[in-house]
Design a protein around this ligand. Structure first.
Ligand code: 5MM
Length: 342
C-alpha cells in the first residue's frame, strides 16, 4: 500500500462507527503525577501493568479505535508476553505514539512556550513504525492570561505543529494535530473562544503552507469552556454551541474527524459536552469524537489503586467510561446512564 493509502486506511479504522481514541501517552513526569494522585508509584512495572491492562480490556475495541502511547510502552509486553502494540491489533485497535518532546521557552516572548521535538523526528518515526505505531501525536499548549497567548507564540507553535504533521505524513503516519488552549484561569467562555479561534486559524494556515493533506489528519482540540475557576459552569449545550461555532469558522470540511481532549474536565462533564455537540441540530462535516486521557483514565486508576487483584474492576471501569463516550459520540448518552452497573 502506498503512503496515502496507508494513511487513509488508518483514518478509516480510527473513525469507524462508535469508536474514539484513548490517550495513554503520558510522559514520565505526567504519569508520575497521575498515578500518585491515586497513591500509586510510577515504577516501570506499574506503568507496564497498567497500560497493558488498558490495551487488553476485553471488548474495548468496540469503543476505542486507537490508543496513543508513550515510547516506553511500544517495547513493553502484556502479562501474556505479547508486545502491547500487537495486543492492540488483536482487538482491532490502532497503536499510536506521542512524538513531541514537551515544552520549552520561546525566547523573545516574555516567557511563553513552544513545543519541541522536530530534531531527528523522521528517524524516530521510522523506529516507531517498525514497532507498530501507525499514527502520531504532537501537542501545543496555549495559556490564557490578559495578554497571552501573543501573536509570536501563536505563529511559532503553528509552524512547528505543521512541520511535525508534514514529517509524519511523509512516513505514511496519520498526525494528530493537538493545539490545546488550557482551561486554567478565570477567563470567560468568550475569551476561550477568541483564543481558540486565533490558534486554530494559525494552525490551519501553517498546515496549508506545509502542504499537509487535510484528509489524513486528526484534529485534537480543546472544547470551548470558561476557565476552571469560573462558577457556576454553563450548561453542556452552551459549551457545545460555543465550541462548534469556533470549529465551523476555522476547520475545513476536508478534515475527517475531530477528537477532543478533556483538559481537566471531570469524566462526566467531558462525556456530556461531547454528547451535546453530537445532538446539535446543525449538520457538521466531521466526526466528533474523543481522544481523552484523564476523562477516560481517572475512574480506571481509582479502581485499580496499583493492586493487581483490582485488574478486573479497573477494566470494567474503563469499559463503562469508553461505552458512555461511544454513546456520546453519537448523541445517545444520558446522565442517568452513569448509574448503570459497570
Ligand atoms: C492535554 O493532554 C492530552 C489529553 O489529555 P486530557 O484528555 O487529560 O486533557 C494528553 O494526551 C497529553 O498530551 C498526555 O497526557 C501527555 O502529556 P505530557 O504532558 O506528558 O506530554
Amino acid at each position: 500500500m502506498d503512503r496515502i493509502g496507508q494513511m487513509e486506511r488508518t483514518v478509516e479504522r480510527l473513525t469507524s462507527p462508535g469508536r474514539g481514541i484513548l490517550a495513554a501517552d503520558e510522559s514520565y513526569p505526567t504519569i508520575t503525577k497521575r498515578l500518585s494522585d491515586h497513591g500509586i508509584e510510577s515504577t516501570e512495572e506499574n506503568r507496564r501493568f497498567y497500560r497493558s491492562l488498558l490495551a487488553t480490556t476485553p471488548g474495548i475495541g468496540e469503543y476505542v479505535g486507537g490508543i496513543i502511547f508513550f515510547e516506553e510502552t511500544l517495547g513493553q509486553k502484556t502479562d501474556d508476553g505479547e508486545l502491547i502494540p500487537a495486543a492492540c491489533e488483536k482487538q482491532d485497535i490502532v497503536p499510536g505514539i506521542k512524538v513531541d518532546k514537551g515544552l520549552t521557552e520561546l525566547p523573545g516572548s516574555g516567557g511563553e512556550k513552544v513545543t519541541q521535538g522536530l530534531d531527528n523526528l523522521g528517524d524516530r518515526l521510522d523506529g516507531y513504525l517498525e514497532q507498530g505505531a501507525l499514527f502520531t501525536k504532537w501537542r501545543n499548549v496555549y495559556e490564557i492570561s490578559a495578554n497571552t497567548p501573543g501573536r509570536q507564540a501563536i505563529e511559532a507553535n503553528a509552524e512547528v505543529l505543521a512541520r511535525y504533521a508534514a514529517i509524519a505524513q511523509s512516513r505514511g503516519m496519520v498526525p494528530i494535530v493537538e493545539p490545546e488552549v488550557l482551561m486554567d484561569g478565570d477567563h470567560d467562555i468568550e475569551r476561550c473562544a477568541e483564543v481558540t479561534e486565533a490558534a486554530q486559524t494559525a494552525v490551519f494556515a501553517a498546515l496549508r503552507r506545509h502542504n499537509v493533506i487535510l484528509e489524513c489528519i486528526i484534529l485534537k482540540p480543546n472544547m470551548v469552556l470558561p476557565g476552571k475557576s469560573q462558577k457556576p459552569r454553563p450548561a453542556p449545550e452552551v459549551c457545545a454551541e460555543a465550541t462548534l461555532r469556533v470549529l465551523r469558522r476555522t476547520v475545513p470540511a476536508a478534515v475527517p474527524t475531530i477528537n477532543f481532549l478533556s483538559g481537566g474536565q471531570t469524566a462526566e462533564e467531558a462525556t456530556a459536552h461531547l454528547n451535546a455537540m453530537n445532538q446539535s441540530d446543525k449538520a457538521n462535516p466531521w466526526v466528533l469524537s474523543f481522544s481523552y486521557s484523564r476523562a477516560l483514565q481517572n475512574p480506571v486508576q481509582e479502581a485499580w489503586k496499583g493492586e493487581s487483584g483490582n485488574k478486573e474492576a479497573a477494566q470494567k471501569a474503563f469499559l463503562k467510561r469508553a461505552r458512555l463516550n461511544s454513546l456520546a459520540r453519537d448523541g445517545r448518552y444520558d446522565p442517568s446512564m452513569e448509574n448503570d452497573p459497570a
